[in-house]
Design a protein around this ligand. Structure first.
Ligand code: C5P
Length: 225
């Protein structure tokens, strides 16, 4: 199809989600947060009280994992999608520390990655808008390596910790920094999202504010479409 795919990868705290969402909104494109699916499966594993490091149990759980994303049917913002597992609205629960703590363990199971990658490709294929912004860790390299637009969104570790700390009110910068560092290190063993692959444009947001970062992303999109 003629759908324009904008692939955005980057580490935790790079502003990836908020920047991708705002860019999708400005472009009139759909938006897919792939991390939310990894988080939703992690929520499901926690809910079932499974051991997140027990790959066989996690793989079994995939069979019962009913993942849905939904836009407000009353005509809400297309970039604002709720996350559901079966009948449970887990939009907020998937951001909780107990889910964040196990997501890297879930995400390193190859069967999980294969399953979710298939799901993401189906969602991309079914996009009804002129384009879709897809955001995660392995979008430019694995999920949509043939995307028309491929961006690595980076920021210095200091900037990322400062942004995350501002979001997570009540947690010390030291604690937030340690969690972020630990998750990036675990995730880096599975996919390389710290270095731009061939043909991927790096947008470094360290010295940019939110609007400037969104503009930089849109500029990359316009330069190739
Ligand atoms: O983007 P976010 O921080 O919400 O992603 C949560 C987790 O999901 C990451 O820490 C990583 O373990 C996993 N993930 C992944 N591949 C993606 C997106 C997310 O492994 N494309």
């Amino acid at each position: 199809s003629g759908t324009i795919v904008v692939a955005v990868d980057g580490p935790a705290g790079s502003g990836k989600s908020s920047v991708s969402k705002a860019s999708a909104r400005k472009l009139g494109f759909a938006y897919l947060d792939t991390g939310a699916a990894y988080r939703a499966l992690s929520w499901f594993v926690v809910q079932r009280r499974l051991d997140p490091t027990d790959s066989a149990a996690v793989i079994d759980a995939i069979a019962d994992f009913d993942y849905r994303i939904g836009t407000d049917p009353s005509g809400g913002d297309p970039a604002d999608t709720g996350v559901f597992v079966g009948d449970h609205d887990v939009t907020e629960a998937i951001r909780e520390p107990d889910v964040t703590a196990v997501v890297s363990a879930i995400a390193r199971v190859p069967e999980v990655r294969t399953y979710l990658t298939g799901l993401f490709r189906t969602i991309i294929r079914r996009t009804e808008r002129p384009g879709i912004v897809v955001e995660g860790r392995d979008i430019t390299t694995v999920v949509a390596p043939d995307a028309q637009v491929r961006i690595l969104l980076t920021a210095s570790e200091e900037a990322r910790i400062a942004r995350r700390s501002a979001e997570l009110v009540g947690q010390s910068a030291a604690h937030v920094g340690e969690q972020l560092h630990r998750r990036d290190r675990a995730d880096s063993r599975v996919v390389d999202f710290m270095n731009a692959a061939d043909g991927v444009t790096t947008v470094d947001s360290t010295d940019l504010d939110f609007d400037q970062t969104v503009d930089a992303v849109i500029e990359v999109v316009h330069s190739v479409t």
